[in-house]
Design a protein around this ligand. Structure first.
Ligand SMILES: [Zn+2]
Ligand SMILES: [Zn+2]
Length: 216
C-alpha cells in the first residue's frame, strides 16, 4: 500500500516534471513567438514607412506626370504651332519660288521685248537713214527741178519778149521804126487797114512806110 502510494507519488512527480518541461517549452515558444511578433511589428512599421514614402513618391510622380502631361500638351501644341508655321513658311516659300519663276519668265519676256525693241529701233534707224538718203536725193532733185522751173520761167519770159504784145500768140515780125516797138505783122497790118495807125505800146502814130520786117 505504501509502495503503491510511493509509486503514485513518483508518477505524479514525473507528470509534474513533464508538465513543467512542457510549460517551459511553451514559455520558450511563447517568447519566440513574441520575438517574432515584435520582429513582424518592426517589419510592418518599416513597410508602413516605405509604403508612406512610396505613396509620397507616387503622389509626386503623379504630380510630375500631370505637369509633364500638361507641359507635354503645351509642347505638343507648340509643336503643332511650329508645324503649322513651318507649313505656312513652306507655302510662302513655294509661293515665293513660283513668284520667282514668274518673275524669271517676266524678265525673260522683258528681255525678249527689249531685244525686239532694239531690233525694231535698229530697223527704224536703218529706215530713217534710208529715208534721210531719199530725202537728200529728193532735195537734190527738187533743187534740180526748181532750176528747171527757173529755166521754164525764163524761157516763158523770153517767149513773152519774142511774142507780139497785141495778140500774145504770134512771133514779133515787124518793127515800127518811129519808136522801135515790135509786133507781129498781122496785128500791124490790121491797124493799117483799120486806119488806127498808132503804136499799141506808146501810141505814136506811124505810117505803112514806118513798118519794117525784122529777122530774129
Ligand atoms: Zn500780133
Ligand atoms: Zn511804139
Amino acid at each position: 500500500m505504501l509502495l503503491q502510494i510511493f509509486m503514485e507519488g513518483v508518477k505524479v512527480k514525473q507528470a509534474q516534471d513533464t508538465l513543467h518541461l512542457e510549460l517551459c517549452n511553451l514559455n520558450r515558444n511563447l517568447r519566440q513567438a513574441k520575438g517574432l511578433m515584435d520582429l513582424y511589428k518592426d517589419k510592418i512599421a518599416q513597410l508602413d514607412d516605405k509604403l508612406k514614402v512610396w505613396s509620397e513618391q507616387t503622389a509626386r510622380l503623379s504630380e510630375d506626370g500631370r505637369r509633364h502631361s500638361v507641359s507635354s500638351g503645351n509642347a505638343q501644341r507648340k509643336l503643332a504651332d511650329v508645324l503649322g508655321e513651318a507649313q505656312q513658311l513652306r507655302q510662302s516659300m513655294d509661293q515665293v519660288q513660283s513668284n520667282v519663276g514668274r518673275s524669271r519668265l517676266g524678265v525673260a519676256g522683258l528681255l525678249v521685248e527689249l531685244e525686239k525693241d532694239r531690233f525694231s529701233k535698229r530697223r527704224t534707224e536703218d529706215d530713217l537713214e534710208s529715208l534721210s538718203r531719199k530725202a537728200s536725193s529728193l532735195r537734190a532733185k527738187t533743187e534740180g527741178s526748181s532750176v528747171l522751173e527757173k529755166v521754164h520761167q525764163e524761157v516763158n519770159e523770153y517767149r513773152g519778149i519774142l511774142k507780139c504784145g497785141v495778140c500774145r500768140d504770134r512771133q514779133k515780125e515787124v518793127v515800127i521804126t518811129k519808136c522801135y516797138h515790135l509786133f507781129c505783122n498781122d496785128c500791124i497790118q490790121k491797124l493799117l487797114r483799120n486806119r488806127q495807125r498808132r503804136c499799141p505800146s506808146c501810141a505814136l502814130s506811124f505810117g505803112a512806110n514806118d513798118v519794117k520786117p525784122i529777122y530774129i
